[in-house]
Design a protein around this ligand. Structure first.
Ligand SMILES: O=C(O)C1=C[C@@H](OP(=O)(O)O)[C@@H](O)[C@H](O)C1
Ligand SMILES: C=C(OP(=O)(O)O)C(=O)O
Length: 420
């Protein structure tokens, strides 16, 4: 699918889409609980749909009502010996240890970008927990056989926090007096989100400096009601759109959220945009924008919207944390450099630092998403202040996290033409 986004002034109000990070965790917790859980404001992005299908294959019954989903479970009791996590990195890294709670041999697969993302962690760590595990040279598909037996282990958290999220969620159902130690953990706020979600479903973990995670007495997940928060990762694109091209109010954003990408607000403020935070809304308005410095090591998904912002800021913006981008849906440092380069914006990659030379004018161009939702959205936002229309190829990539994105951009005054 091709989408053309033309320059436009942004003005209006929009409600943030549901967070896929929160939704996928809630689906996993509801699967691990015994009884009926209600998930309100459920997400319908491809990653969320994949999580629902995985939960069903692992034994949950799901009733989809218009306003909420009911997930009834009796713990992990697989119906099939195969699960497919679609393109979700979190999905596969979270559901693999959870599936390993069962003694059934299970094949775990995915498609698209997920087939190139590293999974060798499981081959190293799961055998320490008495789970057999093979991969195809560190990639999909995985073949596992549990049951997982929690043990005191030390793991490396530098590649991705998602493996730890999976272990924490699985340990929560069975662990007793055991500690996971993590070295060099990255994306820490995502672990805070995992612990917060687990606590909401009745499982508490004692955390020390994001290095030690201790499970005391045996606990069990409690079925309950959960409302999925608005998504700061997706909303970051709308907030940047307003900061560079007008003004907007984004609703259903918890400004006290544990989501890491709430950090977009700091960069917006540093760039000179006007930001007004309510409890569940953010108002944002354009002003003279200047280059800024930030460290996105722990919020790597902010790179694409930060680049769209920086392209509109006079001067050279410095963003730290590029090394976190190599194993996302695309190698995002390189992809941003290539696609923004087509729009006339120079990006230099110097080790772990990205330099965006902004304020030089964004040019009309044809760009490609590389099947990466956040690249498609960043290009769409950049198009708002370009000197002509920007054509985005493979624009349907947004469905992974934010199927409503082009509609929301239009709702705010964006000129978006979707070619079938
Ligand atoms: O736990 C999560 O929901 C996520 C964690 C982050 O991954 P890493 O921990 O690999 O940085 C983030 O990039 C991803 O989009 C979602
Ligand atoms: C990297 C992402 O997700 P995941 O790792 O869950 O596929 C993302 O949403 O940008």
């Amino acid at each position: 699918m091709q989408v053309t986004v033309s320059p436009a002034i942004i003005k209006g109000t929009v409600t943030a889409n549901p967070s896929k990070s929160a939704m996928q965790r809630a689906v996993a917790a509801a699967l691990l609980a015994k009884g009926k859980s209600i998930i309100r404001n459920p997400g319908l992005s491809n990653d969320c749909l994949a999580a629902l299908e995985v939960a069903e294959n692992l034994g949950a019954k799901i009733k989809r009502e218009p306003e909420h989903f009911e997930i009834t479970s009796n713990g992990v009791q697989p119906f099939y010996d195969e699960i497919n996590c679609g393109e979700s990195g979190l999905g596969i890294r979270m559901f693999t240890p959870i599936a390993a709670l069962s003694s059934l041999p299970i094949t775990i697969d995915g498609h698209g970008s997920l087939t190139t993302r590293p999974m060798d962690f499981f081959e190293e760590v799961l055998p320490l927990l008495q789970v057999k595990c093979t991969t195809q040279g560190g990639k999909l598909p995985l073949h596992i056989q549990g049951p997982l037996q929690p043990a005191a282990i030390t793991i490396d958290g530098s590649l991705s926090s998602q493996f730890l999220t999976g272990l924490l969620m699985a340990y929560g159902a069975v662990a007793e007096d055991v500690t996971i130690t993590v070295k060099d953990l990255k994306s820490k706020p995502y672990i805070a989100l995992t612990l917060q979600l687990m606590a909401q479903f009745g499982v508490t973990v004692t955390e020390e400096n994001f290095e030690k995670f201790h499970f005391g007495k045996k606990q069990s997940y409690k079925a309950g009601e959960y409302t999925v928060e608005g998504d700061w990762s997706g909303a970051a694109f709308l907030l940047v759109a307003a900061a560079v091209a007008g003004k907007a109010e984004v609703q259903h954003l918890n400004t006290a959220s544990a989501q890491s990408d709430k950090a977009i607000l700091e960069s917006l403020e540093k760039s000179g945009a006007h930001v007004l935070q309510g409890m569940f809304t953010v108002n944002i308005e354009k002003d003279k924008l200047v280059a800024f410095e930030t460290d996105a090591t722990d919020c790597p998904d902010l790179f694409p919207p930060l680049v769209a912002l920086a392209a509109n800021c006079n001067g050279t913006t410095k963003i730290k944390g590029v090394s976190r981008l190599a194993h996302k849906e695309s190698d995002r440092g390189l992809t941003l450099q290539e696609e923004f380069g087509k729009m006339g914006i120079r990006i230099d990659l110097e080790g772990d630092v990205m330099l965006v030379h902004g304020g030089t004018g964004i040019k009309a161009a044809t760009v490609h998403s590389h099947n990466d939702h956040r690249i498609a959205m960043a290009c769409a936002v950049a198009a708002l202040t370009a000197d002509g229309p920007v054509v985005i190829e493979n624009a349907e990539a947004i469905n992974k996290s934010y199927p409503e994105f082009y509609d929301h951009l239009q709702q705010l005054g964006g000129k978006v033409l979707v070619h079938a």
